[in-house]
Design a protein around this ligand. Structure first.
Ligand code: PMP
Length: 360
């Protein structure tokens, strides 16, 4: 068996030991005689799996007791509608910060439900920056302020938690959740699809402060009303059981690695290797401003873009896949989530040096 270094932006690489555990437990989970996939979500076996997953996630992120952790379906894009439906709470206005493709999608969807004020935008920089907090024009009467903490396509990431006063801060953390410690209490709500740092696609995580739930728009589907879901402990309807099980294994793996502090150190080391090389080369360039470069998704360009395909082909021959930039921006993108070992990044940088020596 040969495993590749998978630089996919998501669904993305998972820790090999997690996959091995899942394989070993596939036919008979802990003597139950069943695969987790075959279990009733209301049976004692699966309830214990879901409870452990939730407990580990709470422990990793040190989620305060007055926050609910919800396991939902629908992905982050569904949350773009579900968040305003739940959090407007009789208000009609919401603030959004526009930092790239994913925030633009959030804004577009929110406009179906709310009067959206774009409090700041990085459009003028070609989405290579995060607008400094002192330039945001927030509406003190907004129901919430929405940010995307890491733009998976553009490769910009917040390296600060914006202070937005008493208005709840909402963050789409799909692509940097669990990559570093986060002070959950600074947020009203955090959401993310699982398929980057957590597990298989199909599971969506929502962490929401108690006082913000219970006033959803009457038209909110019951399965997406946070209060209904919270009261049923994420079992209002059938949750994505297998994805929750794998997420639980990933949470345990993160804990064994030393938790989120250890993840942050590991991720910073990987990103530094790659950015240092990009900055030392004139053959490769990274468009993103230094103070907001993503530690998860590193977009870069070859000086001569006609060499992109040759670069990608050579990478694949060396066991490195999914390095093609998002179709909307082109170029190259290396996604280096928690499960990407440092050897993967070292192999990539060594290949970049060889490629430059040959084609530079
Ligand atoms: N937000 C961000 C930051 C993302 O990276 C993605 C997926 N790449 C999405 C939203 C959309 O997520 P989903 O496909 O789970 O709806």
């Amino acid at each position: 068996m040969t495993r590749v270094f998978n630089f996919s932006a998501g669904p993305a690489a998972l820790p090999e030991s997690v996959l091995a555990t899942a394989a070993a437990e596939m036919l008979d989970w802990h003597g139950s005689g069943m695969s987790v996939m075959e279990m009733s979500h209301r049976g004692k076996e699966f309830i214990s799996i879901a409870d452990e997953a939730q407990a580990l996630l709470r422990e990793l992120l040190a989620v305060p007791a007055n926050y609910k952790v919800l396991f939902l379906q629908g992905g982050a894009l569904a949350q773009n509608a579900i968040v305003p439906m739940n959090l407007l709470r009789g208000n009609t206005k919401a603030d959004y910060v526009d930092t790239g493709e994913w925030s633009k999608k959030s804004i577009k969807e929110a406009k179906k439900y709310a009067t959206v004020n774009v409090a700041a935008s990085a459009k003028d920089s070609g989405y290579t920056t995060i607008p400094p907090r002192d330039e945001w024009r927030l509406d003190p009467d907004a129901a919430y302020v929405h940010i995307c903490s890491n733009e998976t396509i553009g490769g910009v990431e917040y390296h600060f938690t914006p202070d937005v006063g008493d208005v709840p801060l909402v963050a789409d953390m799909s692509s940097d959740i669990l990559s570093r410690p986060v002070e959950v209490a600074r947020y009203g709500l955090i959401y993310g699809g699982a398929q980057k740092n957590i597990g298989p696609a199909g599971l969506t995580i929502v962490i929401v402060r108690d006082d913000l739930i219970g006033q959803a728009l009457p038209t909110t589907p019951s399965a997406f009303d946070y209060k209904t879901v919270a009261e049923a402990d994420s079992m209002f309807n059938t949750p994505p059981t297998y994805a929750i099980y794998i997420a639980g294994l990933v949470f345990r793996w993160i804990k064994e690695q030393g938790g989120l502090e250890a993840m942050a150190t590991h991720n910073a080391a990987k990103a530094a290797l790659l950015y240092d090389h990009l900055d030392s080369s004139s053959f490769f360039t990274c468009p993103v401003a230094r103070d907001c470069r993503s530690l998860m998704n590193v977009p870069f360009r070859l000086k001569d873009e006609s060499l992109d395909e040759t670069f990608l082909k050579g990478a694949a021959e060396r066991g490195m896949v999914q390095l093609k930039g998002h179709r909307s921006v082109g170029g190259i993108r290396a996604s280096i989530y928690n499960a990407m070992p440092i050897e993967g990044v070292k192999t990539l940088v060594a290949y970049m040096k060889d490629f430059e020596a040959q084609h530079g």
